[in-house]
Design a protein around this ligand. Structure first.
Ligand code: MN
Length: 252
């Protein structure tokens, strides 16, 4: 059993070091991760410059590139063996609802979707003043990976896992969830550089809007590990007839 571990916080982050340790007695673990924090990189590939791989220690590599670059390289020719699974994380911060569209943590897991087993993205719901219980996130990842090895789910499934930032003993259980929604994000923050020119910071994500029972937001808020199965098909199948009828009437 060979597991590829990646993330979007960079190869030196506490979350990825804890994750690697937690999985090390279950499988052969190889880390290929970005050189620095690339949170928010989504599914981006670097196509304009070549990628270089640097080795840090045995089975740990970093790439000046995106999370998707790292996983793509690792499963498409960097090594002379195949991985069975990709585990991404443990991210410093939640990836709930619409966050998954921007998340590099989830993107790393998505890039592994054609491997033999489902891939897992694990995020710890840290926030201002929370403890940073990365050991909890790593332990949750270990439990899910071990379970997948015994009881595999369908292939090409992506599990988006969010873990409350509490000691493991305080976790109330595991819940299957759907993605909730956030409100529109906060406006950009305008500031000035030392020469008086305007600069902008992307503002924080919006507050939760659809966070009712069954959602990932609700599970985490109530002390449960949220496990959302994701799919890549973004087609809005229910809208196909309406779009078809609309195109019939197109003046062309
Ligand atoms: Mn991150």
């Amino acid at each position: 059993m060979k597991i590829l571990v990646s993330n979007d916080d960079g190869y030196r982050s506490e979350g990825i070091r804890r994750l690697r340790m937690a999985l090390s007695d279950l499988a052969e673990v190889t880390v290929v991760a970005p050189d620095r924090n690339r949170s928010g990189a989504s599914n981006s590939l670097t196509l304009d410059v070549p990628l270089r791989v640097f080795d840090v220690e045995e089975n740990v590599y970093f790439v000046p590139g995106t999370p998707t670059d790292c996983v793509h390289l690792a499963i498409s020719g960097l090594f002379d063996f195949e991985f069975d699974m990709v585990v991404s994380g443990v991210n410093d911060g939640p990836n709930l609802g619409d966050d998954v569209l921007y998340s590099g943590t989830v993107a790393a897991a998505i890039e592994g979707r054609f491997l033999g087993l489902p891939t897992i993205a694990v995020s710890l719901c840290t926030g201002p003043g929370t403890g940073g219980h990365f050991e909890t996130g790593a332990h949750v990842a270990r439990l899910l990976v071990r379970h997948l090895m015994k009881r595999p789910l369908e292939r090409a499934l992506i599990l988006n896992v969010n873990v409350p930032d509490v000691p493991f003993e305080a976790i109330r259980g595991f819940k299957p969830t759907r993605l909730g929604y956030r409100h529109r994000s906060e406006p950009v923050i305008r500031a000035h550089d030392p020469r008086g020119r305007p600069v902008y910071w992307i503002g924080p994500a919006g507050p939760q809007q659809d966070a009712g029972p069954g959602t990932d937001f609700d599970a985490v808020a109530n002390g449960y590990v949220s496990v959302t199965p994701l799919q890549i098909d973004l087609t809005r199948h229910a809208a196909l007839p309406a779009v078809g009828a609309w195109l019939e009437e197109l003046d062309a």
